[in-house]
Ligand binder design. Structure first.
Ligand code: SF4
Ligand code: FES
Length: 244
């Protein structure tokens, strides 16, 4: 089936593992609207064709990360992807791969959140606020965190990481990026413990760079993992030198 000039041909991954033996793709035709996003398309299908379609969304502004999925084979946020940007009127949507499908485009993110929780993803100041004031941070200190602060925990990098596919990466790129984000924060006082907690995942990365390629927010998890490794080696050398 070809898309006509004023029609979008939409192909959606459908599967409810509890009821169906295998996944399938379902086709829909929708009128072309240049300002529509992929999430808008899914919403139209849900409202006008099939209310059993399952997908996640919340903010519709590219902020919450809920709508991450594969669009024409690429990791994207459906709400931040105008159909006009895809360069085609044939659109295929599928769930984040290598994660258990719960239903249609909804995957089980439990392993992702478990990894996130394990790195204690919150600021731990060394002591109370200085002089009863808020913690101030200079623009230069803010720079040290770089783009790591832009992560919205969409799960794309976790899904794309080949070490995660082998089952050996129990932290994954997002949790390590979050570790770096707080490690590099001048207001945090938990640096050494953060490195120790990250250790079990830090050395499993093989720099496939899938994470960096997948990220819809232009975060570079591979770079942050490399930076954490540098800091871990530096801290280890410091301990050895002190002992000798
Ligand atoms: S680093 Fe990018 S791909 Fe990974 S969870 Fe954060 S926003 Fe998503
Ligand atoms: S709905 Fe929040 S990022 Fe798409």
């Amino acid at each position: 089936m070809e898309a006509c000039e004023n029609t979008i041909r939409l192909e959606i991954y459908r599967w409810e593992p509890r009821r169906e033996p295998r996944p399938r793709f379902q086709f829909f035709h929708r009128p072309w609207q240049s300002r529509l996003t992929v999430l808008g398309l899914l919403q139209e299908v849900y409202e006008e064709h099939d209310s059993s379609l399952a997908f996640r969304s919340s903010c519709r502004e590219g902020i919450c990360g809920a709508c991450a999925m594969l669009v024409n084979g690429r990791y994207r946020l459906a709400c931040a992807t105008p159909v006009a940007d895809l360069g085609t009127k044939c659109i295929t949507v599928a769930p984040l791969p290598r994660l258990r499908v719960i239903k249609d485009l909804v995957v089980d993110l439990e392993p992702f959140w478990r990894a996130h929780e394990a790195v204690r993803p919150y600021l731990t100041p060394p002591s109370g606020p200085p002089g009863g004031r808020e913690f101030l941070q200079s623009p230069r200190d803010r720079e040290r965190m770089g783009q790591a602060i832009a992560c919205i925990l969409c799960g794309s990098c976790f899904s794309a990481c080949p070490t995660h596919w082998t089952g050996k990466h129990d932290l994954g790129p997002a949790a390590l990026t979050r570790t770096f984000r707080f490690y590099a924060d001048s207001r945090d006082g938990d640096g050494a413990a953060r490195l120790a907690r990250a250790d079990r995942g830090l050395w499993r990365c093989r720099y496939a760079l899938n994470c960096t390629d997948a990220c819809p927010r232009n975060v570079n998890p591979a770079h942050h993992i490399r930076e954490l490794r540098r800091q871990a080696v530096r801290s280890w050398l410091g301990r050895v030198t002190r002992r000798t």
